[in-house]
Design a binder for this molecule. Structure first.
Ligand code: CS2
Length: 496
């Protein structure tokens, strides 16, 4: 039997479920990007708001690409399970915060109508880095991007997140309906500013007046979002079904930790997300920098190097003593570039990260985090390196992380097996890899030429080039685990 409104009463008492009347909930938020992260993070925090009586904050959720999540959740009345896991423990909660589902490419007009509803006061986004169609090195809108070209030619039938925002804001403005607040929840630097920049630019290309109005009048608060939410597997589905006594076609699995720091700028009002543990502040930047550099930077370095060393999951890699010693050194390189947010001790933060990475109840695949590296590297590793260079400090662990990405995108692992490299810049990565790895210096040079990733400054910096070339030569010559061990000051021969 399937999870749905009609079967909720069959759940065992241990499973939390909506205790509020779902029918009374009205939509106040449209969310773009119906992935696992949103469902385990913002939707859970919003569930607490609804449970406390904030019934005007129901979520209308849209996928911008695939119908798969909608197809899984629609027969379940948009109900789904969040499984919070640590050790052998699994806590289950059925979430009811999502009240309607859209698949943008099937019916863009229906999504635009939802976005224009006067009761909708916030549009939130988790669409992943690449969906912003920006230049990762500069943060500017990529005006040559085919989907952006499409949205300029046919603004009434948009495809991109920015295209939907522009058209919905245009219609609201024309109809005299107050603008919604736009809340970017992706791991991008100064994410609110970035989204304002690309949205107002896209609008200005069609109508300069609209572009200026969006830049000046619409609020785009910055946020730092954090919860580790790996892709759901069939094994997860089985274990969750056993706990529910019902089948859920698409539950999500996550760690207990959850953090959300939000810039408090919501002219049209907002839910009381503090109730669920969110922090409102007037300056998100220090939290965001800490999280992007220390968590995501370490995640990416661990993903590339761990994958190459044969570790399938983050927990496996972070429990390998060679890698945990490497992580300690890597954090040591990162910390001087991160001003500690008020009340946070960076050493404690790093120690907590190591525990979170080692949570073996999550099977967070290194290959999942390795995806879309061209979009992630700038804010996760390269900004940190820029700061280290400016301060005259060496950065061998960060350089090895970047070299790990280069070695990974070459597309063949250390045993000669193909790597399924997924990245929007794949053609450029393949072109750089085609002549082979035997000349590490030439290979590094070809990748460093990708300006959207490295900008113009880094490839011109001799210290940067030589750090990367050295790291890559070692990685190719000795293999990832030995290269990591050498930097970590441990013996690669130790237990895995
Ligand atoms: C990960 C993030 O997939 C990735 O690139 O680094 O999704 C990470 O798990 C989250 O940002 C944690 O908050």
């Amino acid at each position: 039997m399937r999870l749905s409104a009609a079967t909720l009463h069959r759940l065992p008492a241990s499973v939390a479920r909506p205790g509020y009347p779902r029918e009374a909930v009205t939509p106040g938020i449209v969310h773009l990007g119906l992935g696992a992260f949103h469902r385990a993070h913002q939707a859970v925090m919003t569930e607490a708001v609804l449970a406390a009586g904030g019934t005007r904050w129901g979520i209308v959720a849209a996928s911008l690409r695939s119908p798969a999540t909608r197809d899984a959740l629609a027969p379940q009345d948009a109900l789904y399970t969040v499984a919070v896991r640590e050790g052998d423990d699994q806590r289950l909660q059925v979430i009811g915060a999502i009240r309607a589902l859209h698949v943008a490419p099937e019916d863009p007009e229906a999504l635009l109508r939802a976005m224009c509803h006067p009761a909708v006061r916030i549009v939130t986004l988790t669409v992943t880095e690449k969906a912003y169609c920006h230049d990762p090195a500069t943060g500017a809108l990529d005006e040559a991007h085919p989907e952006i070209r499409h949205d300029l030619a046919e603004p009434g039938r948009p495809r991109t997140a920015a295209g939907f925002l522009v058209e919905a804001l245009r219609r609201r403005r024309a109809a005299g309906i107050a603008a919604f607040t736009v809340l970017c929840c992706d791991n991008l630097p100064a994410n609110g500013h970035l989204l304002r920049r690309i949205t107002s630019r896209l609008a200005a290309l069609g109508d300069p007046g609209l572009g200026a109005w969006i830049a000046d009048e619409v609020a785009f608060p910055c946020t730092m979002v954090d919860r580790i939410v790996p892709a759901t597997t069939d094994e997860d589905r089985r274990r969750i079904a056993a706990g529910l006594g019902l089948r859920d076609a698409w539950p999500v699995v996550c760690e207990p930790y959850s953090q959300w720091v939000i810039e408090d700028r919501f002219p049209a009002g907002r839910p009381d997300w503090e109730r669920a543990g969110a922090t409102f502040t007037d300056d998100v930047a220090p939290f965001e920098l800490m999280k992007l550099r220390m968590l995501n930077g370490a995640h990416s370095a661990l993903a590339y190097l761990g994958y190459l060393a044969g570790h399938e999951t983050v927990a496996e890699a972070a429990s390998d003593p060679v890698f945990s010693a490497f992580l300690a050194r890597l954090w040591h390189e990162i910390m001087p570039t991160v001003p500690a947010p008020r009340g946070v001790d960076l050493g404690d933060y790093a120690a907590r990260l190591l525990d979170r990475f080692r949570n073996a109840a999550l099977r967070h695949r290194t290959a999942q985090i390795a995806m879309d590296g061209s979009q992630k590297l700038p804010q996760r590793l390269l900004g940190t390196i820029r700061d280290a260079l400016a301060a005259g400090r060496s950065f061998p662990c960060l350089a090895l992380g970047v070299a790990g990405w280069m070695r990974y995108v070459a597309g063949v692992d250390e045993r000669g097996r193909p790597i399924d490299v997924r990245d929007p810049l794949l053609p450029a990565l393949q072109a750089a890899s085609a002549p082979g790895l035997h000349d590490a210096r030439a290979f590094a040079s070809r990748l460093l030429g990708i300006e959207a990733v490295f900008g113009r400054d880094l490839p011109r910096d001799g210290r940067f080039r030589s750090a990367i070339e050295q790291a890559l030569a070692r990685l190719v010559g000795e293999g990832a685990r030995a290269a990591v061990a050498a930097l970590a000051g441990t013996a690669a021969a130790g237990p895995r």
